[in-house]
Each structure stands twice: as structure tokens, then as C-alpha cells.
Design a protein around this ligand. Structure first.
Ligand code: NAD
Length: 294
């Protein structure tokens, strides 16, 4: 039987409506307008598209959106000064510095300067540490959105499930594994040095692929009925000189094995920005000691 497609696009649209309702409540009941600041350095075309989408979705959710652009040759000190000013600005509850940064800038130094309370990307070591010890903090958006999709598929309680995360990056693989561990899954992290990846993948009731290599997870490896979350976004050549986006999982074959699977595009991607909005509302509420439904 063919797997059910996980509609990340639809789920994200619903989540954005929930965010918008929560923003209306915060404004009406507490005079609190959540604000997200995005800083973009240079002219990377993909980054410009992401930032435009982030700004428009922030405004659609009724939040304040602040955008700052610096030229590609700006000194790192200019970016650090901008981040410091945003840290001190009470109208800004979330700060996102769009990556990648130009080569002369040290991304780690810049991300380190962001106030962890405003670190809506969840990349600061303080937030990574909080996630690791199970303390409240801001969680990276892509794993956060992926977990929401997994819980929606499998009915919420994931305790005891066999989960395999392929990829160990700080922004996807590691936080994804931490979140699944927090849900009491039995978690395996596979990576570029893993031996017999096929056997490891074959154990997974929950499989998260975050590698960045088109169709490297073979469909036939997938355990029958597994919930497959394909985080990969890879641009490949298509007919007539065009290109198209594919994931890390060999989708057509995987369809015959998995129980649920995210398409690429339209799966995890839309959840990332929706979760950025969620994190901004959470950060705004935390700044005033308020609870939130999000
Ligand atoms: P990364 O390059 O930082 O990490 C890739 C990981 O894959 C590494 O940990 C590496 O060990 C592992 N890997 C490499 N070759 C492997 C192999 N042969 N077998 C097993 N593991 C292998 O990448 P990332 O930033 O984690 O992103 C991964 C993918 O997810 C990319 O395609 C990226 O575009 C995509 N992504 C999507 C979103 C989204 O919003 N949907 C967000 C972030 C990243």
C-alpha cells in the first residue's frame, strides 16, 4: 500500500493561523506585540528569498517585522553592533541572522552574541545546552517542525519508538535527536562514518533524513510502515534544462514501503518558517513571564 503523504504545507498554514490568533490575544490582553528582526548580509539570492518569505509571514501573523541589510563587504563589527542594538531593543523579541555569512565574518562569534532569550533560531550554545539537559529554551525551527509532523502522524505518544536520524549537524540532526530522546524514543544518530546505513535505517519506525545528498536513502531500506521525514532540500537537473527540488530519500520507491512520508517540496520546508513564528511568540511571552498555547 502506498504511504500517506504528510502535508507539511497544510499543517504549517494551520499553525500560522494559530500563531496569528495568539498574537491577537497577546496584543488585546497584554499590549504585547511580538517582534522579529531579521538581519541579512550580502546578496545571496536564496537568502533574499528566505528573508522575504520570513518578513511577509511575520506580518501576516500580525507581528512586528524588522529587517536590516548590510552590504557583503560590511565589517564584522557592523554586524556585531547591529546584533547588540537588537539585543537591547524591547520591541524585538526574536533575532535571526540569516546564514550563510560572507567569508570574512565568523558566524559562531555573531551567533554567540545574540541574547539566548531572543535566539529564535535556537542555535546559541545556551539553547543547545538547555535542549540537551531537558530545560526550557528555544529549539531550532526545522527539528521543532519535524517533531510536530511526527506527532501528528503517530498520535502524539512516541515513547519507546525506534527513531533514526541520519545527519548530525548542529542545526538539524543533533537537535532532532535530542527532541526525539525527550519524547522517550530509542534514538540512533547515523552520519557519514556509519557502517551499514541500510541496516540502521531499516530499524527505524521514525526516520529523519537530514544529509543534503539527493535520494541517498534508498526506498527499499525503509522499514514497512515507517514515518519518514525528509529534511533534505537538493536542487537537481530536470528535463529541458530545468531544475527541481528533491529530498534525501528515494521518494518513489519509499512510497511503497513507508506508512507516512513528507514530500519535497511541501513537507518540512514550510514548517521551518511557521516554527520561527512560534519561537518568536514563545520568546515574547517569556520576556513578560506569560504562558502561551504555542
Ligand atoms: P550538514 O551538511 O550540516 O550535515 C549533513 C550531515 O549528513 C552530516 O552530519 C554528515 O555526517 C551527514 N552525512 C553526509 N554524508 C553522509 C552519508 N553518506 N551517510 C550518512 N550521513 C551522511 O547539513 P544540514 O544543515 O543538517 O542540512 C541537511 C539537509 O537539510 C540539506 O539538504 C539542507 O538543505 C536541508 N535543510 C532543510 C531545512 C528545511 O527547512 N527543510 C532546514 C535546514 C536544512
Amino acid at each position: 500500500m502506498a504511504a500517506a503523504l504528510i502535508d507539511g504545507k497544510g499543517f504549517a498554514a494551520g499553525l500560522r493561523l494559530t500563531v496569528a490568533a495568539e498574537v491577537r490575544r497577546l496584543v488585546a490582553d497584554h499590549g504585547l506585540m511580538p517582534g522579529l528582526a531579521v538581519v541579512l548580509v550580502g546578496d545571496d539570492p536564496a537568502s533574499h528569498v528566505y528573508v522575504r518569505n520570513k518578513n511577509s509571514q511575520t506580518r501576516e501573523a500580525g507581528m512586528a517585522s524588522f529587517e536590516y541589510r548590510l552590504p557583503a563587504d560590511a565589517p564584522e563589527s557592523a554586524l556585531l553592533e547591529r546584533v547588540a542594538a537588537l539585543n537591547a531593543d524591547p520591541a524585538v523579541h526574536g533575532i535571526l541572522v540569516q546564514l550563510p555569512l560572507p567569508r570574512h565574518m565568523d558566524a559562531a562569534r555573531v551567533l554567540d552574541l545574540i541574547d539566548p532569550a531572543k535566539d529564535v533560531d535556537g542555535f546559541h550554545v545556551v539553547n543547545a545546552g538547555r535542549l540537551a539537559v531537558g530545560a526550557p529554551g528555544l529549539v531550532p525551527c526545522t527539528p521543532l517542525g519535524s517533531l510536530m509532523l511526527i506527532k501528528d502522524c503517530l498520535g502524539g505518544d512516541l515513547a519507546g519508538r525506534e527513531a533514526v536520524v541520519v545527519g548530525r549537524s548542529n542545526i538539524v540532526g543533533k537537535p532532532m535527536a535530542q527532541l526525539l530522546l525527550r519524547e522517550s524514543c530509542t534514538v540512533t544518530i547515523a552520519h557519514s562514518k556509519t557502517r551499514d546505513l541500510a541496516a540502521v535505517v531499516g530499524r527505524a519506525e521514525i526516520l529523519v533524513a537530514a544529509v543534503g545528498i539527493p535520494a541517498m536513502i534508498k526506498g527499499a531500506w525503509i522499514r514497512p510502515g515507517a514515518c519518514v521525514i525528509d529534511v533534505g532540500i537538493n536542487r537537481v537537473a530536470a528535463a529541458e534544462g530545468k531544475t527541481r527540488l528533491v529530498g534525501d530519500v528515494e521518494f518513489d520507491i519509499a512510497l511503497a514501503h513507508a506508512g507516512h512520508i513528507t514530500p519535497v517540496p511541501g513537507g518540512v520546508g514550510p514548517m521551518t518558517i511557521a516554527c520561527l513564528l512560534v519561537n518568536t511568540v514563545r520568546a515574547a511571552c517569556a520576556s513578560r513571564g506569560l504562558s502561551t498555547v504555542l
